[in-house]
Design a protein around this ligand. Structure first.
Ligand code: FMN
Length: 199
């Protein structure tokens, strides 16, 4: 079974990360880390309270969407827990994704500042030469943001910002979220039917 690390950080649009989580969990073990700011934004934008019993909150959301059983493949880690398995290069994973990724976390990764579990796991993915997919969310991007992205892109990190495409003819916000999640999952060469491909 494939094994992924997924981090959700405190940018607007955590629903895209949650959609990616739901898709990954269908047939993979997922180690999930949610930053503290992301917990607040998930509460505000998605309406899930993860501030106390985060696992139960996620399970409830997945159950509501008919993906309840996949919860057994979900491993949730505290962002401060540097003792978690994903902190070590000896713990094998297929890829790590950060969706969405704040400019703060982007900067920490680009500068090797591995203070919390998310930055540490990303640092490990880079040093071990494992696929790292980052979905930086901000607008507009400053030169600092762009330089950090360029630095990471040159190291082989896939930079996949949540940028809308309209060729799949989205009719709802859900359609657009699916498109954005689908383009991120495309980086893993994963089979999905989240959006209508061109051609
Ligand atoms: C409602 C809200 C939306 C935010 N959206 C963004 C965003 O889109 N991009 C970003 O870089 N930071 C955004 N921030 C700021 C980050 O949450 C903040 O920099 C935080 O320290 C990031 O920490 P983290 O990367 O550990 O989650 C937002 C903050 C709030 C309260």
């Amino acid at each position: 079974m494939k094994r992924y690390i997924l981090a959700i950080t405190g940018a607007t649009g955590p629903i895209i990360g949650l959609r990616v989580l739901e898709c990954l969990l269908r047939d993979a073990e997922v180690h999930l880390v949610i930053s503290r700011p992301a917990v607040s934004i998930i509460g505000d934008e998605v309406g899930i309270d993860l501030s106390t019993k985060a696992y139960d909150g996620l399970k409830g959301w997945l159950e509501q969407r008919g993906s309840g059983p996949s919860c057994e493949r979900l491993r949730l880690h505290d962002e401060r827990d540097l003792w978690a398995p994903v902190s070590s290069g000896s713990f094998e994973i297929d890829a790590m994704l950060i969706v969405p990724c704040t400019m703060k976390t982007l900067s920490a990764i680009a500068n090797g500042y591995a203070d919390g579990l998310i930055e540490r796991a990303a640092d490990v993915a880079i040093k071990e030469g494992r696929p790292l997919v980052v979905s930086p969310r901000e607008t507009p991007f400053s030169a600092v943001h762009l330089e950090n992205m360029l630095k990471l892109a040159r190291l082989g990190v896939r930079i996949v910002p949540p940028v809308a495409g309209f060729y799949s003819r989205p009719e709802t916000v859900d359609d657009m979220v699916d498109f954005l999640a689908g383009r991120i999952l495309d980086q893993l060469r994963m089979d999905h039917a989240l959006y209508r491909r061109w051609g």
